[in-house]
Design a protein around this ligand. Structure first.
Ligand code: BJ8
Length: 422
């Protein structure tokens, strides 16, 4: 890797601590990703992106900033990227997926906080994440309590705008979310100095829809009996979608899909015949959280779909591109975003419908319900989901786990027993 120390120094990073973070990732990646057999050639681009995760992409962000483009970090799939792109700003996802950041997170948060929140806050206050250090503005949202209260603490370190997400989906909630999108537009206009109008918002909508379409295309290959790509690789691509340049990401993912099409024609599979097909549902997996996929796929299972925010919730449903006025476009954004079924909403029957639908569409044999510890909404929603699955005779297992590897053996044993039963 090129020497980026000067660049990191210019971002006020804690270089010593950051060196320690950089030491662990390559070995971890090698073990989990590069050791896979028969990977598509198109994964080389994504390997490269990971190898340069704190390097080249950050350099690009800094160069863009020199040209007066702003960088905006967010933590949730309800934040409308279309608006950010319309103002010629750059959006990056910031959720933390490593327990490296937990000790710093625990300096300001209770220990019994969700690992994702703890890692995200720890990444900022430890000054070891160049993405946080490159942002001109962070955008939080009022989803779960853990996040909502964490923004108050984060605001002591860096500017943050919080979007007030409703937690029900009535007409008045939709109107409220449209209002919030308008306030967000004002905020982004003030920050960037760029006015958002019908033309540039239409372009933003088109671009982000295109990203959704390519992810959908990629997921379609997971519906085949013979799987041309592993679940682990698809998870990585979804995670990269949150911070890569969208146009390049679309191009590279389409190239990979062309290759997968040929694999399907030639009957190439990366799994043995009759490998149990698993749908994962639950909390998001922020990079580099590859734990559950890795355990499943090294215990005799294949992950065929994720009903998560690093899965279908990120790309399903397009924004209607027919809006002519700004108001119509904002309404279209609100409609699309309120179609996401996060457990923060009540009631949340839409998520159960999604799980049942995806189970069928992806021809899954069983479901792994994943929750991060202390995520009350997803853990509590398990009861409703399980009741619905039981009624249909669909097997499900709940796995609650954090980012540490201490429980990996135990999870493996439970999953192996589950797969045997499928
Ligand atoms: S839309 S899932 S990205 S809020 S896991 S921090 S909910 S305690 S991440 Fe999420 Fe938006 Fe919902 Fe998706 Fe809280 Fe749960 Fe932690 Fe979570």
């Amino acid at each position: 890797m090129a020497d980026y120390r000067e660049m990191w120094k210019s971002l006020d990073m804690d270089l010593e601590k950051h060196d320690k973070l950089c030491e662990v990732l390559p070995q971890f990646y090698e073990e989990i990703y590069l050791s896979q057999k028969n990977r598509p050639q198109g994964m080389n681009y994504f390997n490269f992106v990971v190898s340069e995760v704190h390097g080249l992409r950050i350099k690009e962000l800094l160069e863009s900033r020199k040209n007066n483009r702003k960088v905006i970090g967010s933590f949730c799939v309800y934040v409308p990227d279309e608006v950010i792109n319309a103002a010629d700003a750059i959006s990056v996802g910031l959720c933390g997926g490593s327990d490296f950041w937990h000790p710093d997170g625990e300096k300001v948060l209770p220990r019994n906080t969700c690992p994702l929140v703890k890692a995200s806050i720890g990444a900022k206050i430890s000054a070891t994440c160049p993405y946080f250090q490159s942002c001109d503005l962070l955008v939080g949202e009022t989803t779960c309590d853990g996040k909502k209260k964490a923004w108050e603490i984060l605001s002591e370190y860096t500017p943050i705008h919080v979007m007030d997400l409703p937690q029900m989906k009535r007409e008045k909630d939709n109107l409220h979310w449209q209002d919030e999108i308008k306030i967000f537009i004002d905020k982004i206009e003030n920050l960037t100095g760029n006015k958002i109008n019908e033309e540039n918002l239409a372009e933003g909508i088109k671009l982000i829809n295109e990203k959704r379409r390519v992810l959908k295309r990629l997921y379609e290959f997971r519906k085949f009996d013979k799987l041309p790509i592993s679940g682990k690789d698809v998870l990585l691509i979804s995670q990269i979608a949150f911070y890569d340049d969208p146009k390049r990401f679309i191009e590279k993912t389409n190239e990979l899909c062309d290759e997968l099409e040929k694999r399907v024609q030639n009957g190439i599979s990366v799994f043995e015949e009759n490998t149990p097909r698993i749908l994962i549902t639950g909390t998001p997996m922020a990079i580099p959280n590859w734990k559950l996929h890795h355990i499943i796929e090294s215990s005799g299972g294949a992950v065929v779909c994720e009903e998560t925010c690093t899965g279908t919730r990120y790309f399903e449903n397009l924004v209607d591109e027919n809006g002519k006025t700004l108001d119509e476009q904002i309404k279209a954004l609100s409609d699309r975003y309120l179609n996401i079924n996060c457990a923060c909403f009540t009631p949340n029957k839409g998520r159960i419908d999604d799980i049942l639908r995806l189970y069928k569409e992806y021809n899954a044999d069983g479901i792994v319900y994943f929750t991060l510890p202390f995520c009350t909404t997803y853990a509590t929603e398990f009861k409703k989901v399980k009741d619905a699955l039981d009624k249909k005779g669909i097997p499900v297992i709940m796995i609650e786990t954090d980012y540490g590897l201490q429980d990996a053996g135990q999870i493996k044993t439970r999953l192996e027993a589950f797969f045997e039963m499928l």
